[in-house]
Design a protein. Structure first.
Length: 340
């Protein structure tokens, strides 16, 4: 007879039912979690122990003396700045700079005064005085002249046709906002003839030197044997323009550059003999004639006071002297207007 197939005994899980199996799974998960939590607790205890040792050994405080107040999640910066004041140093750094209002005082020149002394007395630059008072020749400022003195360094500027405040700011190197503030302008609108104060602006050094009479120096010392202007020709007697001054001295006396510049030309001319022509900034040129010899070459840069030749009597000359001319934009100017 065939043997009956043996029936397998159901597993405990099956015997226990679905609910009992679920409870067993949860218990196993909790057991594993408890094991991990134990490791975390142990790690926290180790960190706490290390902190206690550090405090005992180094005296490190457990909390900051001045606790930091956290900002709210979505703070209003202005309101939060009021609620949590910044340190004094930070407040000082952010304080606005108070603007100085332009004020003009008057001074009447006294005997012995000079622009440099007046500028030093009021602690302003000389070009500030020159610009504000429209001075064209410092040597023409007489005793008793009333001088206007601003309370800050800067230049006076009169608006011309085609000017804009932006162009004026760019040309003078003064920030646009400074011009607006010092002149109390609410906008960039300006009009022709309007006077502006350009705070901190400086004059061109050559223009200032010319006004102060220091742009040119005497190229040689000696007796002025013939001034600038109309005169009879020493050989023919015909009246003609003498476009410079003649300075008489001994032959071979050093002739110096009247101003810094570049040698534009050297050579020999039947009228001026051996000559040197220097080119200077501001469209000025100087001519040195009747030299025994010249000591510079074309294109060479020279400084004021540098020896460029030696006095002589070459060319159309009645004796040893230097013919010296100053030209501006190609027009001859009396050198004595510039020489000190």
């Amino acid at each position: 007879m065939p043997q009956p197939i043996a029936q397998e005994t159901p597993r405990a899980e099956a015997a226990d039912g679905p609910g009992q199996a679920a409870r067993r799974g949860i218990a196993a998960a909790v057991s594993r979690l408890a094991g991990r939590r134990g490791l975390l607790v142990l790690l926290c205890l180790l960190i706490l122990a290390a902190a206690i040792v550090a405090v005992a050994r180094f005296g490190v405080p457990l909390a900051s003396v001045h606790p930091v107040i956290p900002a709210p999640a979505d703070p209003d910066p202005a309101l939060y700045a009021l609620l949590v004041p910044e340190p004094a140093s930070a407040r000082d750094a952010l304080s606005p700079v108070l603007l100085t209002s332009l004020a003009i005082s008057s001074y009447r020149t006294q005997p012995g005064d000079s622009l440099s002394r007046i500028a030093a007395r009021f602690k302003v630059n000389i070009d500030t005085l020159v610009s504000w008072n429209g001075i064209r020749d410092a040597r023409s400022v007489a005793v008793g002249t009333e001088i206007s003195v601003p309370n800050a360094n800067g230049l006076k500027y009169t608006v011309r046709r085609g000017d804009t405040l932006q162009r004026i700011a760019l040309a003078s190197g003064v920030p646009l906002n400074n011009i607006l503030d010092w002149n109390r302008l609410s906008s960039s609108v300006i009009s022709v003839g309007q006077e502006l104060f350009l705070p901190g602006a400086r004059m061109n050094p050559d223009d200032l030197s010319r006004i102060l009479g220091s742009l040119f120096q005497f190229p040689v010392f000696g007796r002025i044997s013939s001034p600038f202007g109309m005169r009879p020709d020493p050989f023919t007697g015909v009246e003609m323009l003498h476009n410079g001054i003649d300075i008489a001295n001994k032959p071979l006396t050093p002739v110096l550059a009247a101003a810094s510049g570049t040698v534009a030309d050297v050579g020999f001319n039947n009228n001026f003999g051996n000559y040197v022509i220097l080119k200077h900034s501001g469209f000025y040129q100087t001519l040195y004639g009747h030299l025994t010899r010249y000591l510079v070459s074309r294109g060479q840069a020279v400084r004021q006071g540098q020896e460029i030749g030696q006095l002589g009597t070459t060319g159309y000359s009645t004796g040893p002297h230097l013919h010296f001319s100053i030209f501006h934009n190609g027009e001859a100017i009396d050198p004595l207007r510039f020489l000190k």
